[in-house]
Ligand binder design. Structure first.
Ligand SMILES: *[C@@H]1O[C@H](CO)[C@@H](O)[C@H](O)[C@H]1NC(C)=O
Ligand SMILES: *[C@@H]1O[C@H](CO)[C@@H](O)[C@H](O)[C@H]1NC(C)=O
Ligand SMILES: *[C@@H]1O[C@H](CO)[C@@H](O)[C@H](O)[C@H]1NC(C)=O
Ligand SMILES: *[C@@H]1O[C@H](CO)[C@@H](O)[C@H](O)[C@H]1NC(C)=O
Length: 225
């Protein structure tokens, strides 16, 4: 009886620890991946990478930084999960300098042209904005921040390549859709933006498709109302 009760208390304590963990407010907006052997470029598998040109701050509301929460937020700003789960191109990986080494993207989201799944299928056919999410939550740099590789694609007949200037355009489009007040699924968000230089280099060195970037990373701080 006593043993059963203390097992119950131990389980309750473990459950509380688990739920307090990911939902506790973080202490840092982000850590520079380069400080610990990481990179602000993804690994696209061909020796090049896409720039991680938007960061959702670790100081955002904790709910936004979870898997489900990030999808709900993406919907609020006009994206949805990929067309019927069909991935175009292989998933990419990134090393965010958090001690986890190279980790695959958690999810890829595409611009939603109107209706939940049909909208994203339309995007797959005609091009548009999309992004991949990487989470900086290894123990060496546990900001909880979401690093986004955002790009604007040409339509499928052009082989779904990133359009010229497509990284900067993708970032600026996503940011302008995100700023201010948005809502989805009964959750209302308030988003502010700040530009950061010095994390990415301007130019096209190491960038997939040899597309030049301006080197700006936009840091979004998202607060659930
Ligand atoms: C880190 O992020 C990944 C991807 O969302 C998630 O699966 C994992 O549970 C997170 N780990 C912790 C300790 O929060
Ligand atoms: C990452 O994705 C690649 C390509 O799909 C896959 O082969 C690999 O097993 C994945 N790695 C992990 C750790 O899931
Ligand atoms: C990073 O490693 C930690 C500790 O092993 C793990 O909990 C977390 O889920 C990993 N993050 C990702 C994005 O895989
Ligand atoms: C960030 O830089 C982009 C590109 O120059 C610009 O359009 C945008 O207004 C800037 N945003 C902020 C918050 O300064």
């Amino acid at each position: 009886m006593l043993a059963v009760r203390s097992l119950g208390i131990a389980l309750l304590a473990a459950a509380l620890r688990v739920s307090a963990g990911p939902l506790a407010k973080r202490a840092a907006a982000y850590y520079d991946p380069a400080d610990d052997g990481g990179s602000m470029l993804t690994n696209a598998g061909d020796g090049y990478g896409e720039p991680l040109n938007v960061i959702i701050s670790g100081l955002s509301s904790p709910d936004v930084l979870t898997y489900d929460g990030s999808i709900n937020y993406a919907r609020a700003i006009g994206f949805s999960t990929e067309c019927l789960g069909i991935h175009i191109g292989a998933p990419q990986s990134a090393n965010l300098g958090d001690g986890n080494g190279s980790v695959n993207q958690t999810i890829e989201l595409r611009e939603d042209y109107g209706s939940a799944s049909v909208g994203t299928c339309l995007e797959s056919a005609i091009g548009g904005n999309h992004f991949r999410i990487f989470v900086q939550n290894g123990t060496a740099a546990d900001s909880g921040a979401l690093f986004l590789a955002v790009s604007y694609e040409e339509d499928a007949s052009d082989g779904h390549d990133i359009e010229p200037n497509g990284y900067d355009i993708g970032r600026d489009d996503l940011v302008s859709d995100a700023l201010g007040t948005t809502s989805y699924g009964g959750v209302t968000y308030s988003t502010t933006a700040e530009n950061i230089t010095g994390l990415l280099s301007a130019g096209s060195a190491g960038i997939n498709h040899d597309i030049s970037i301006d080197g700006i990373v936009t840091l979004l701080t998202v607060t659930v109302q």
